[in-house]
Design a protein around this ligand. Structure first.
Ligand code: ADP
Ligand code: 5GP
Length: 193
């Protein structure tokens, strides 16, 4: 029987580069990674694909999934709901796959409470500095100024929670950040064997 996979939680403030780092990490097929596609009620950004980046749903659909216990965790982030599908994550882990959750801090704390530390790895991605974070978030050109301001206001509280995670990685040079994360995961997987 395949061994149980590792659940990998990646958090960090909006615009720090979580998605960019994660996509690069997933190029390494030797890590046997799958990305858990979350449900969200926020609108789709240009270039995003339904079912690949998120499952985009309306408020009523999201609420009914909450009611039926379909989420491993869920939260509200800057006026929109986000949730991790429970069944799919558990099935992938049972098949021995290593599952990446890219989620914000409330959801990550929920997972830390619910899941055994033995099969859980938590990583917080930090910006080199505040100015760089602001530039990346604005430079992405996916949110209007009011939403950018709300996300940056949230970043301060999120950064204070970085210490609750197993590892903190500064995403300054992208190659270095990806290499560091890959090393951390490979080391942890070696211990699980
Ligand atoms: P998040 O998923 O954390 O919200 P993104 O992955 O969307 O962040 O990255 C935000 C912006 O920053 C994107 O335009 C991305 O190309 C850029 N970016 C990510 N990592 C780096 C890096 N190490 N150096 C420079 N720009 C980066
Ligand atoms: P964005 O709108 O930029 O895609 O995501 C906003 C925030 O929600 C990011 O911090 C992202 O990691 C987080 N997020 C995405 N999916 C989930 C989820 O299923 N649960 C939780 N708790 N956070 C999520």
């Amino acid at each position: 029987m395949a061994k149980h996979g590792l659940l990998i939680v990646i958090s960090g403030p909006s615009g720090v580069g979580k998605g960019t780092v994660r996509e690069r990490l997933m190029d390494d097929k030797s890590l046997n990674l799958v990305y858990s596609v979350s449900y969200t009620t926020r609108e789709m950004r240009p270039g995003e694909v339904d079912g690949v980046d998120y499952r985009f749903v309306d408020d009523a659909t999201f609420a009914s999934m909450v009611k039926s216990g379909g989420f491993l965790e869920h939260t509200n982030f800057v006026k929109h709901n986000y949730g991790t599908p429970k069944k799919e994550v558990f099935e992938a882990l049972e098949q021995g796959k290593n599952v990446i959750l890219e989620i914000e801090v409330n959801g990550a704390h929920e997972i830390m409470k619910k899941c055994s530390r033995e099969n859980l790895l938590t990583v917080f991605i930090l910006p080199p500095d505040r100015k760089t974070l602001e530039e990346r978030l604005a430079g992405r050109e996916t949110e209007d100024p009011a939403v950018i301001a709300a996300r940056l206001a949230k970043a301060k509280r999120e950064l204070a929670l970085a210490k609750d995670y197993d590892y903190e990685i500064v995403n300054d040079d992208l190659d270095t950040a990806v290499k560091t994360l890959r090393g951390i995961i490979a080391e942890r997987l070696a211990k699980l064997q």
